[in-house]
Ligand binder design. Sequence first.
Ligand SMILES: NC(=O)C1=CN([C@@H]2O[C@H](COP(=O)(O)OP(=O)(O)OC[C@H]3O[C@@H](n4cnc5c(N)ncnc54)[C@H](OP(=O)(O)O)[C@@H]3O)[C@@H](O)[C@H]2O)C=CC1
Ligand SMILES: O=C1O[C@H](CO)[C@@H](O)[C@@H]1O
Length: 328
Amino acid sequence: MTEQLDVATSVKLQLSNGRTIPALGLGTIPPDDNPGSVKDQVIAAVKEGYRHIDTAWYYGSEKYIGEALKELFDEGVVKREDLFITTKVWPSFWHSPEKSLDISLKDLGIDYVDLFLQHWPIALHGNDNGQPTTPKNADGSLVYDDDPVNGTKYIETYHKMEDILDNNLKVKSIGVSNFSIHKLEQFLPEVRSYKPVVNQIELHPQLPQQDLVDYCESRGIVIVAYSPLGGNGAPVLEIPLINELAKKYMVTPNEIAEAYHILNNRGVISRSANLSRIKTITRLPRLTEEELKQLYQVGVEDPKRYNCSSYGYGIGFRWWDGHSLCNL
Ligand SMILES: NC(=O)C1=CN([C@@H]2O[C@H](COP(=O)(O)OP(=O)(O)OC[C@H]3O[C@@H](n4cnc5c(N)ncnc54)[C@H](OP(=O)(O)O)[C@@H]3O)[C@@H](O)[C@H]2O)C=CC1
Ligand SMILES: O=C1O[C@H](CO)[C@@H](O)[C@@H]1O
């Protein structure tokens, strides 16, 4: 079936503000044991044709990405305008998104990002420098600056992001992440000038979140799938159907997991510290509509969420999508 292959890195998706986003992006959550390795991951990915890098102030890897970008620009591999770079403001920095952005820009060594996302729709109690990132009470519960389910302070964060977009060139687009339907229904009527162009959410065959996907896409909000492999250990790649399709199309299971999103006009960001793996997961097998439906069906029967950080609990995974799917 090799004739049924395209190149994933050449697919671009249209954003509601007229800009485009490369469908395949590189995730940059750093490996605990070697955060500096993100530099080589970015270099390998860009040299392999990746043009979309997903990062965040919270990851602590932006300075390594900055080293990679400097090398890539100095060597003439790519220019800044060839890349689509996303960063995010973390809930402990909800009160000062521009300060968070300035730290990211300094560490990345660039003067603008293509997409600035609000990482979670909650307000955590962080100081002027957004610290601590995960404030906890003695009993281990999170310290919020506002009610995590129904509070509205997180909307002030987005308003400040709109001002940044309005007042200068530090960002080209703004969007959100981890916004459930409950949050979007509360938030969208309050947006002043710039509707979010993206909602970045956990999405894979075991977590189709179709109601949320339909809700966003019917409002012109592009879905970008994070943890497409299920995070560490890539549990999503254990799905038998993914491996059957990988054999049929003579590609890696990773490329099936990525094609599941790209062929559905969604972005997808996956991570790997294995440089040879990064270089071998950019083909786009043209799965059939029936095969895409079969992949979707996996999660309808037995949904599973892997990103079970307690922030998710705060935004109501447990309450608003009927089931948290986490062991919270
Ligand atoms: N907005 C948000 O709240 C969030 C955003 N994200 C973004 O999404 C990105 C990707 O999601 P993330 O959860 O990090 O991880 P992924 O779902 O991309 O999975 C990455 C893991 O899968 C492993 N892996 C990849 N391929 C294989 C394979 N063939 N066999 C075995 N293991 C494999 C990798 O190991 P190896 O390194 O050995 O290849 C790595 O441990 C993040 O880096 C981040 O940029 C992620 C979470 C939340
Ligand atoms: O972006 C993020 O990465 C961590 C780990 O997956 C998660 O809590 C946060 O949303």
